[in-house]
Design a protein around this ligand. Structure first.
Ligand code: FUB
Ligand code: ZN
Length: 683
């Protein structure tokens, strides 16, 4: 598809001319190998994609029906009724689920699902106003629009109307649907809406910094599909609008008042930190990368590089979660990464995957894929239960439920009033095959270690690449290279930072001790020296059919420590094995997790447990556990087996304590008095 879109892009540019400021002078140097060319055969991911297809997507559609999201479209078509859901962006759950279904249909053709999706698209088309406007929260009853929507179109777009947010998700879904199915029914609706947006906003027309970014990314996708410059120009226009609004109070420290919540306090080229609402921010940064790549805009590129560096150095949880602060669902200050109140919205992890994929395409450095992998295997998939239909909106780092202060522990929920996260996951999972490989001429990048087959064109000839591994449980990776004819190219295999002694591509997290084990690479059974380029092992040779590359990554259990400025992690360690972060959950640890210490002397044993949590490698060690004997008035530590499970798998067996960070020793004890009301309850 990508080459197809390149062709369309060129054709569009030739046909339409391109003189305006957002000139397409460049593009990402590295393009992803499209998901349609990659077939998975992976023990870890394939069952998840299947669950997404069999459970998550049908459950999402069913919930869109049951909660009246579909009815909103029907009422908009009839121009009668009363908006029947809570948020003006509820339309997007339908778009996102269609996007997931479209990807999924190309993996698992299903006539029944295709018919359902087509019928839904017909309902969307019917709800669209004749000039292309599509927003059920107004169209149903324009005299009484949603309270966030304003009395006239776009009036409250800078704040909370989400009119352009809805458009952005529509465009993303439409392009995915077109790419996956070849059908234009949703794309036509999206283009009609985008034409209205481009006619309404731009130099000499209306101006706004969209209240929730994503329309920018969506417009870029429409530009790639159609080659029409106005879509790229309008995306750039929206990005350039940030920092222009004069109504904020620059002196306020409240992000709602000073514009930071919306990344709107300064022009983006002057922004240095990841700020404000995390999902909004990371969609914006993804679009900045897109527009920088397509226009060669150097200040924009420098800004997105600086913001990325800030995020991974100061505002990133060890599990890959972002957006620490619940109030405003936002990035905190530098090093503000609390554990018990960590917000880490699942959608922010989805956005982080989009952003880091683009940063990789821009720069070809493994550190971006390292972050993408960390997010993917930890803080993103923790957002969905193993059943595929229970979700976390926010992803905690610690649940503490001491005997003295019972709290309401987080539990997964089937659906939320604001159900952005479940439907975002539904669209990301089936797109995963498109994140595994990248290509730039004769450089073929392997970013993710996922078993399956990829069909590429290198040196104008077909090359099949087969991956066979048992990742993330084992570090043995096998690649078989099958060119149609012997041909030379560079296979660039990512050597993950964690396998090279780097817990993060920054000093925010480091390994407590060096590893004795090293990465090894063999080609056709012979150990091969290799050079490392930007974190990739460069394997350059005349490849012949059946050549086999074996890469061995060290899989010891590593202790991770945080920069001392992260207050909550002082004196603590986290556990990592391969790309996975681990946690202790109450159910494996005698009912508690927050009483476990991990001293430097603890020795962990890894064991694969096929019976547990759909099959996981657990880590066990004998450690000191703090025990309080209330009756005797004593506190002591006793030896206990600590069992840690992959973080992503927590909260699948009921509610209780969980922790990612473990104190290495006891330095103090909080002496608390149980609140009277709870004593009453206990009687
Ligand atoms: O505003 C739309 C979505 O709802 C945001 O991305 C989420 O954070 C949630 O607030
Ligand atoms: Zn969300």
């Amino acid at each position: 598809m990508y080459s197809n879109s390149r062709f369309l892009l060129t054709a569009g540019l030739l046909a339409l001319g391109f003189a305006a400021q957002a000139q397409a002078v460049a593009d990402y140097p590295i393009r992803p190998v499209p998901f349609t060319q990659v077939k998975l055969a992976d023990n870890f991911w394939l069952p998840r994609l299947k669950t997404n297809t069999d459970v998550t997507i049908p459950a999402s559609f069913q919930r869109c029906e049951a909660t009246n999201r579909v009815k909103n479209f029907e009422m908009a078509a009839a121009k009668s009724g009363k908006f029947a859901t809570t948020f003006p962006f509820d339309d997007t759950d339908i778009y996102k689920t269609i996007e997931g279904a479209a990807y999924s249909l190309s993996l698992y053709p299903d006539e029944h699902l295709k018919e359902y999706v087509d019928a839904l698209i017909a309902k969307v088309a019917a709800a669209q106003e004749p000039d292309g406007y599509l927003y059920t929260a107004r169209t149903i009853d324009p005299a009484h629009p949603h309270s966030w929507a304003g009395s006239a179109r776009w009036e409250k777009e800078r704040e909370l109307s989400h009119e352009l947010y809805n458009s952005g998700h529509l465009y993303e879904a439409a392009v995915a649907h077109y790419q996956a199915t070849g059908q234009k029914n949703l794309l036509d609706i999206a283009l009609k809406n985008a034409d209205l947006v481009c006619a309404t906003f731009g130099p000499g027309k209306r101006a706004v910094a969209p209240g929730h970014e994503i329309v920018e990314m969506g417009l870029v996708k429409l530009y790639r599909v159609t080659g029409q410059p106005k879509y790229l120009q309008t995306a750039k226009f929206f990005i350039d609008q940030r920092g222009q609004y004069k109504g904020y109070d620059a002196k306020s420290t409240d992000g709602w008042r000073n514009g930071q919540y919306w990344q709107d306090d300064k022009p983006v080229v002057d922004q240095k930190e990841a700020e404000g609402h995390a999902v909004r921010a990371e969609y914006l940064y993804s679009a900045m990368a897109d527009v920088a790549a397509l226009t060669g805009d150097k200040p924009l590129l420098a800004a997105v590089d600086t913001i990325w560096q800030n995020m991974v150095s100061k505002k990133f949880y060890v599990t890959g979660g972002t957006g620490a602060v619940p109030g405003g669902e936002r990035f905190g200050a530098n090093y503000e990464l609390p554990n018990t109140t960590a917000y880490n919205e699942t959608c922010a992890s989805v956005a982080d995957v989009y952003w880091n994929q683009r940063m990789f395409q821009l720069h070809g450095e493994a550190k971006y894929a390292d972050i993408l992998e960390k997010v993917l295997y930890n803080g993103l998939i923790s957002g969905v239960g193993l059943d595929g239909k229970s979700f976390f909106y926010s992803n905690a780092m610690q649940v503490k439920n001491s005997a003295s202060f019972p709290q309401t522990e987080p539990a997964r929920a089937g659906w939320f009033d604001c159900s952005c996260c479940p439907t975002n996951l539904a669209r990301l999972f089936p797109a995963l095959p498109g994140y595994i490989y990248g290509q730039h001429d004769k450089d073929v990048y392997v970013n993710l270690f996922v078993s399956g087959t990829a069909d590429l064109q290198v040196n104008k000839q077909p090359v099949q690449l087969v991956q066979q591994n048992n990742y993330p449980w084992d570090g043995g990776l096998k690649f078989t290279v099958n060119p149609a004819r012997t041909t030379d190219f560079n296979l660039l295999v990512r050597i993950p930072g964690w396998a090279r002694g780097e817990a993060m591509p920054s000093s925010l997290y480091t390994f407590a001790t060096p590893s004795a084990e090293k990465v090894s690479i063999k080609i056709n059974g012979k150990t091969t020296p290799y050079t490392l380029r930007n974190g990739y092992a460069v394997l350059a040779r005349q490849w012949r059919k059946g050549d086999v590359v074996d890469v061995t990554l060290p899989m010891e259990v590593r202790r991770v420590v945080a920069d001392a400025r992260v207050q909550d992690d002082l004196g603590k360690v986290a556990l990592q094995r391969g790309p996975l972060m681990y946690c202790a959950e109450w159910t494996d640890n005698q009912g508690r997790a927050s009483n476990l210490l991990v001293p430097a002397s603890a020795t962990f044993i890894s064991a694969f447990r096929p019976d547990l949590l759909n099959g996981v490698t657990t880590l066990t060690a004998t450690v000191p556990a703090v025990r309080v004997d209330e009756a005797a008035g004593t506190i002591q530590t006793v030896p206990q087996t600590l069992t840690a499970i992959p973080y992503y798998a927590w909260a699948n067996r009921g509610k209780g304590e969980m922790t990612v960070w473990f104190p290495a020793k006891v330095v103090d004890v909080d002496v608390v008095t149980r609140p009277a009301v709870q004593q009453e309850e206990k009687k």
